[in-house]
Design a protein around this ligand. Structure first.
Ligand code: ZN
Length: 148
């Protein structure tokens, strides 16, 4: 017994796909070297902020001595309030830096949370915790202003 398979002539119309259309650009964006650069930048920033927070705490502990003059006390309380606000801002920033580091791990860093587009190296250099591209950020700010 012989099975004769008549091979249908395959239509050899394999399209000659161009090897790189736009791929090169997105490959160079946030490549391992860039990701490493931003990781280092974020970690350095976080460390200096943590040092700053620590310094503020120590400063407040040192200054928390008794001021017999009520005016001095009032001034001191204002200073403390200001320092607490600064510390709060630093803490929030540290949290944002942690989020950015997690995004780096996940490979999402550098891409806009809204449109998924590239945030851009220059923008990230200036604002390493940016999660929105400049277009979405601008729109966001306009919306915020209208709501507020
Ligand atoms: Zn966007």
């Amino acid at each position: 017994m012989k099975r004769n398979v008549t091979e249908a002539q395959s239509s050899a119309t394999a399209s000659a796909a161009s090897p790189d259309r736009g791929v090169a650009a997105s490959e160079s964006y946030m490549n391992p070297a860039q990701a490493a650069h931003f990781r280092e930048k974020l970690i350095d920033w976080k460390h200096s902020l943590m040092k700053e927070v620590e310094r503020t705490v120590h400063h407040m502990q040192d200054e928390a001595s008794n001021f017999p003059d009520p005016n001095d006390r009032a001034t001191q309380e204002e200073e403390f309030a200001l320092e607490l606000r600064t510390r709060d801002r630093e803490r929030k920033l540290i949290r944002k830096i942690d989020e950015s580091l997690m995004m780096l791990d996940a490979g999402d860093y550098g891409y806009c949370e809204i449109c998924g587009g590239e945030i851009g190296i220059q923008r990230l250099q200036a604002r390493p915790t940016a999660t929105l591209c400049i277009d979405c950020k601008t729109l966001d700010e306009i919306k915020e202003r209208q709501l507020g």
